[in-house]
Ligand binder design. Structure first.
Ligand code: ADP
Ligand code: ZN
Ligand code: ZN
Length: 696
């Protein structure tokens, strides 16, 4: 008797090999089992997807024999395989690509014997200890949210202000689950690696260090494998992770939390471009696991999907749980708008803001100044001839970094020493234009150079951004310095705006947020609003401290458009008003969440070649059923059209029906593969489909 085993392997993206490869086996291999199979001249890891019994007699095709079965490991269960299959289908990728990317990298290199040995070692570990009781009494809003969570099926949108105690709600929901079902598992997702240490500590404190494992890209391969195995074997009760964790194998999954569900980092932007938030909701339904999406500024998609109040049938299918108040007597910070039209020209920091920061310094409080642009200056320019620090490989300027006197391209990485003189005309007087965090830090240092802290010492200014935190452990130590009070004024990018539970910050300032108001990206206002709300949420988190100081928590915004509805809503902390305005605009324009989008993108050496491919693809779509219900927009260059000497173009597809769009995309995929072999496809370096893209 012989078997044909279909195996998902990591084939190159968009290869014509299809979804699975077939191998011969003398015995049945359970679907979900990890196997090693020959592929070309190599042997690779694969996931057995289906087993078919072959009739005796000559096989139509001679199949290669399957390699070792990693049977020390329990097969990946059907729910997991369904998730992978759904993600592959929905996001137009191959099964193997999603399946293999979802497994820890180290699994690919371990032989069956090595794996068995490792598992044996693991199994001798003692099982985790119990849940530590929590001391805090829940607020009325937390109690109400939790009781509705227990009573209803969800999915839930936990709409809670910054500092309203959302994390405590997650902790209690997990605790209640484990009290009922000690062997159950919970998946808790967070947007960024840099937010996990604090949250991880809170979960470990509550549930014991052995019950909680992390999964994120900042871990070493052995750490990731260990966490993955603990989740897969059921030994770990709680998996805490970033977007990749949505694919963790968790046989007893009963609860999924997506914290800061609006965060753009839930969207994978490389390879298989999936939304971990959306997959979490799908997975929850498939596995009957309850899902909580939490945010102070939900994505407009989730907000639109949620029902306004208990018992209300209007709105979408998510149950909205609201927690508007901050814990304790803490008020949300007062929002102060500085009209920059009334400031002297070239003002960077208004006098009123400097005064407010100065007062905080005098009282020993901390301030945070936020500017979403790193480096010293975004451009270096020659006033004589007009030369600018363009990147020779990209349609973008190189950023001036004064610290090491370099011009660095933030798109392709191309770095050079700053020229002594203008490369075009020899003028010695080339000057930075505009301002990044590095320059802001320097500027603040100058402004407060003569100011003394209460103990007579100098003012301490620190900066946290992608540049300052490049070294392993740098972010942790810089955050620790802020927490322990070694910093008076913290300058940074959005990295400091999110999540951190700073206790002594009473002032947050956004000094130049206007760019996003008039951006070509229709999601920019939504992003800006949530970023500013998040930043505001860093101020006055410790109500007792604020009142003991006799301080008020404040969020300062410098803008040329103080009357803009976004700022008006922000001033009142009124996300619902902002969301309503945005949703009305989106509805009128037929944009998400009232329509569904996908992008086809092509990269080539020239813009013409990239666009010609998209044009041919557009023509090929005419024949597809349902294509008349999908609006196809003309091909255009990307906002940054050239990166590392590659020209990039894209075309947008939009439909009022998600199902129709999906059907058209599925029909299109094989046509696109064929197109690649025609003259129009020849010069294309790569193409990809992005479903539910985040920016267009
Ligand atoms: P969020 O996640 O909504 O921003 P957190 O859960 O981090 O808020 O809570 C903010 C702060 O309030 C944290 O320091 C947390 O320990 C504390 N906290 C949360 N719930 C309570 C409660 N019921 N009583 C006292 N303190 C609480
Ligand atoms: Zn010049
Ligand atoms: Zn570049």
């Amino acid at each position: 008797m012989s078997w044909r085993i279909d195996v998902a392997v990591q084939t190159p993206a968009h290869s014509a090999l299809g979804d699975v490869l077939s191998y011969a086996s003398g015995v049945r291999v359970t679907p979900g089992a990890l196997v090693r199979v020959p592929l070309g001249r190599r042997e690779v890891l694969g996931v057995a997807w289906a087993a078919h019994q072959e009739d005796a007699g000559p096989a139509a095709v001679e199949l290669k024999p399957i390699g070792a079965v990693l049977d020390a490991l329990a097969p990946l269960d059907e729910a997991w395989r369904d998730l992978v299959a759904f993600a592959a289908r929905y996001y137009q990728r191959s099964l193997g690509e999603i399946a293999l990317a979802a497994l820890p990298p180290q699994l690919r290199d371990l032989s069956a014997v090595q794996l068995a040995r490792r598992l044996k070692r693991k199994r001798s570990d003692s099982p985790p200890g119990g849940v530590s009781p929590c001391a805090v009494a829940l607020s009325a809003e937390q109690t109400e949210a939790l009781s509705r969570f227990e009573a209803e099926a969800g999915p839930f949108l936990l709409f809670g202000s910054t500092g309203s105690g959302k994390t405590e709600v997650y902790l209690r929901a997990v605790a209640a689950l484990l009290a009922r079902e000690p062997q159950a598992q919970a998946l808790v997702m967070v947007p960024e690696i840099n937010l996990t240490p604090q949250l991880e500590a809170r979960f470990k404190e509550r549930f014991g260090a052995d019950s909680v494992v992390s999964l994120h890209s900042g871990m070493t391969n052995p750490q990731r494998l260990a966490s993955w195995l603990a989740a897969h074997s059921g030994a770990a009760r709680i998996v805490l992770g970033t977007r990749m964790a949505v694919f963790a194998s968790m046989p007893a999954l009963r609860l999924i939390v997506v914290d800061e569900e609006h965060d753009p980092s839930y969207k994978q932007q490389e390879g298989a471009r999936y939304s971990a938030r959306d997959l979490a909701v799908w997975r929850g339904r498939r596995e009957s696991a309850k899902v909580i999406l939490g945010s102070a500024t939900p994505s407009l998609e989730s907000w639109h999907q949620s029902r306004p109040a208990a018992g209300d049938d209007a709105g979408g299918r998510y149950v909205r749980l609201s927690m508007p108040s901050r814990i304790g007597t803490g008020a949300l910070p007062r929002v102060r708008l500085v009209d920059m039209n009334l400031q002297p020209p070239k003002t960077v920091l208004s006098a009123a803001l400097l005064d407010a920061i100065g007062q905080r310094i005098a009282r020993g409080e901390q301030s945070m100044v936020f500017l979403n642009r790193r480096g010293y200056a975004p451009v270096l320019a020659c006033a004589d001839c007009g030369w600018k620090s363009e990147c020779p490989h990209c349609s973008a300027y190189r950023v001036f970094h004064k610290i090491d006197r370099t011009l660095r391209c933030h798109h392709c990485g191309f770095t050079e020493r700053v020229p002594r003189a203008c490369p075009e005309c020899g003028n010695l007087d080339i000057a930075p234009v505009g301002r990044g965090t590095e320059r802001l830090e320097e500027h603040l240092g100058e402004l407060f150079a003569a100011v003394r802290r209460p103990d007579g010492s100098a003012v301490r200014i620190a900066r946290i951004d992608a540049d300052s935190t490049r070294k392993q452990g740098a972010l942790e130590s810089q955050l620790a310095a802020v927490h322990s009070g070694e910093v008076d004024v913290l300058v940074g990018t959005q990295m400091i705006a999110k999540g951190h539970d700073f206790r002594r910050i009473t002032l947050v300032a956004a000094i130049n947020p206007d760019g996003a108001l008039f951006s070509g990206d229709f999601r920019a206002p939504e992003r800006l609003f949530s970023l500013l709300m998040q930043s505001a949420g860093r101020a006055g988190r410790d109500a007792a401290y604020v009142s003991a100081q006799g301080a008020t928590a404040e969020m300062w915004i410098q803008t040329h458009h103080p009357q803009h509805p976004l700022f008006v809503a922000l001033k009142r902390h009124d996300y619902p008003a902002f969301a309503q305005g945005e949703l009305e605009d989106r509805a009128a324009a037929g944009m998400p969440p009232f329509a569904f989008q996908a992008l086809l993108r092509a990269d080539a050496r020239t813009q013409e070649v990239a666009q010609a491919f998209l044009g041919a693809a557009n023509a090929a779509a005419d024949a597809l059923a349902g294509s008349d219900q999908v609006t196809r927009y003309p091909a255009v260059p990307l906002a940054i059209q050239r990166v590392a000497n590659v020209e990039r173009a894209q075309m947008l597809l939009e439909s009022a029906s998600r199902a129709v769009l999906q059907r058209v995309l599925a029909g299109w995929q094989p046509l696109l593969h064929e197109l690649r072999r025609t003259p129009e496809g020849k010069g294309v370096i790569r193409w990809l489909v992005d479903v539910d893209p985040h920016s267009i």
